[in-house]
Design a protein. Structure first.
Lengths: 309, 267
């Protein structure tokens, strides 16, 4: 893999540094070349190209031309404004749920489980990845089915009354409601929250907990003042790894929701694959990308300053 | 009663953790259970009757096993491509200081920070405009593109943590650069490369969003087949494949760990 040719050992030893210096300087570029070219051609160029596509008008038969048709953006955003609202609110709720559900599990793996159990639980967290996520998402259709045990239990505990009042469910159904979509999103991206949380928790020296206890900190104070601040990098990484894919997802909305739960991803997919209106699809995905990049930048700045305090 | 409450309070975190684990594993158990179902209609959502029909005839559904083999072929090729390209980039980033290093790091990071649908739509638009027909090649190109960054991250972490003195020692013992690389550097980096390759394989095999935007009508991967089936009617065999994949993954991980422990014990 190194491009420097092996020299004859007898004379190479003394001569090596002077002889190989110019080649050495180029080595990293040769190593980078194929991978970076691949990313530039198939990732960066398409991104920029999409910007131009979004300003084109025309049809598939006649061909598309760049006409600086900025109103595509306006029309797309007006048509899909609720899709954007739903995308970001579902993704935000799912991210918070992932944090609340994932933190105790990551904490358990890091501090409460012995070595054998730690490995078993980690395998159980990662192994679902190997069953196609479409199949696993479809399984939620069975779990949340009308009149099934889960819906029955939620009804008996009056949870559905609360979610009905919040507009998350309607009547006796969970499927085809926002609750089902959020539940699917939370489920699908939970491992992306747990793994970075676990990595940041695992590094904490347990003696810090003992020290906090020796200084008369109660368990919750120890968590608030010691454990959680140290795990913040994991929290930031986990929330980003959950929020970004969740806000672009369209599978959960399609499989578990009804047309009134559709997200921006559904809009892009429909415009690209069914309507064949590529400028609108490009404009939508450009807006989605810009909004996400903006939010991520603000969030990372905020999280960074919080970490310093 | 108060004793029970005390116990619950003392173990609150573990109990919450186990509930989260149940939430993660539940769908897999449902997939397993329903692989033994004999559904009434076309959809396999409601329990009807125990049956092993699907397990004895896993390829009994038209086109499903073809889609499975297509997915496997793409995943293997994408893994090889992404692992070779990604390992090279990782070595350059971990071992050399050069101009354009931070731009390269950003280039590696961006695909991981982008929603899949954005990458999918933009690459699809490019292929369309270049009049490149969608099919096996376009799927493969897309998969190598999004797997690359994950390989770089995994391999780079490993190479950074390697002790450079081991390679210096090899050179002190008159190993040529090639010998040093093949006998010292590569074996040391192998766990990182293996992790990156495994991740690529899993990501490529399971990818749906990017594949849907970049595949032609005749190239139906397994996730595409499941998607199509979810609209028309899902054969029980889909659950058989899902369960078999889950069991194989767990078995491989356990076997790998067991082997690793034994090696440690004998070393």
């Amino acid at each position: 893999m190194t491009t420097t040719a092996p020299a004859a050992p007898s004379q190479a030893v003394p001569l090596e540094p002077a002889e190989r210096k110019p080649k050495r300087k180029l080595t990293p570029y040769w190593l980078l070349l194929p991978g970076i070219v691949w990313l530039v051609v198939f990732f960066a160029v398409p991104m920029l190209y999409q910007g131009s596509t979004s300003l084109q008008t025309g049809s598939l038969e006649e061909g598309f031309k760049v006409t600086w048709h900025f109103s595509t953006y306006w029309d797309a955003v007006v048509e899909y404004k609720w899709h954007f609202v739903r995308s970001f609110s579902y993704a935000a709720v799912a991210t918070v749920l992932c944090l609340v559900i994932g933190y105790p599990l990551a904490y358990t793996i890091a501090f409460k489980a012995n070595r054998r159990w730690r490995n078993v639980i980690l395998i159980l967290v990662i192994a679902p990845f190997f069953t196609s996520f479409l199949i696993r998402t479809l399984a939620w259709k069975t779990i949340l089915s009308d009149g099934g045990p889960v819906v029955g239990a939620l009804n008996a505990l009056h949870v559905l009354d609360v979610t009905n009042a919040l507009g998350l469910t309607s009547g006796d159904r969970v499927l085809a409601t926002p609750l089902a979509v959020v539940c699917g999103l939370t489920y699908n991206f939970l491992p992306f929250m747990i793994l970075p949380l676990y990595t940041s928790l695992e590094r904490i020296d347990p003696r810090l907990h003992e020290a906090a206890g020796d200084l008369y900190a109660r368990p919750f104070t120890t968590f608030r003042k010691v454990t959680f601040p140290i795990s913040l990098p994991g929290v930031v990484a986990g929330t980003l790894l959950t929020f970004i894919p969740a806000s672009g997802d369209y599978i959960n909305a399609q499989l578990l929701g009804s047309p009134s739960e559709q997200m921006v991803g559904n809009g892009i997919q429909k415009q690209f694959l069914n309507v064949l209106d590529y400028p609108t699809a490009a404009a939508l995905s450009f807006v989605l990308m810009a909004l996400i990049l903006g939010m991520v930048t603000v969030y990372m700045r905020k999280a960074g300053t919080e970490e310093l305090v | 009663m108060s004793r029970i409450l005390k116990w619950v309070r003392a173990h609150l975190v573990v109990l919450a953790g186990l509930l989260a684990l149940a939430y993660l594993v539940l769908p897999n158990l449902v997939v397993l259970a329903f692989s033994f179902n004999k559904p009434v209609g076309k959809f396999n959502y409601e329990w009807n009757e125990f049956s092993t029909d699907a397990w004895t005839n896993p390829c009994g559904v038209a086109d499903m096993c073809q889609s499975l083999s297509l997915s496997l072929r793409i995943a293997v090729l994408a893994t090889v491509g992404a692992t070779v390209l990604g390992t090279m980039v990782a070595f350059a980033l971990a071992r050399y200081r050069f101009r354009g290093r931070s731009a390269t790091t950003a280039m590696i990071f961006l695909p991981m920070a982008m929603p899949e649908v954005v990458m999918a739509a933009s690459l699809g638009t490019l292929f369309l405009n270049m009049r490149i027909p969608f099919g096996f090649t376009t799927i493969l190109i897309a998969h190598i593109m999004f797997c690359l960054s994950f390989v770089v991250t995994a391999v780079k972490a490993r190479v950074m943590s390697m002790d450079p003195r081991l390679e210096q020692a090899a050179q002190d013992l008159y190993a040529t650069p090639t010998q040093t690389f093949l006998r010292v550097t590569l074996p040391l980096a192998a766990p990182g490369i293996a992790a990156g390759a495994l991740l690529s394989f899993a990501l490529s095999f399971d990818d749906f969003i990017i594949t849907q935007f970049n595949s032609g009508p005749t190239t139906v991967t397994f996730p595409m087949f499941v998607w199509g089936a979810s609209q028309r009617g899902i054969p029980v065999q889909v659950n058989v494949i899902g369960t078999a994949m889950f069991v194989a993954a767990v078995a491989l991980t356990v076997a790998g760990q067991w082997l690793g422990n034994r090696r440690k014990a004998t070393a």
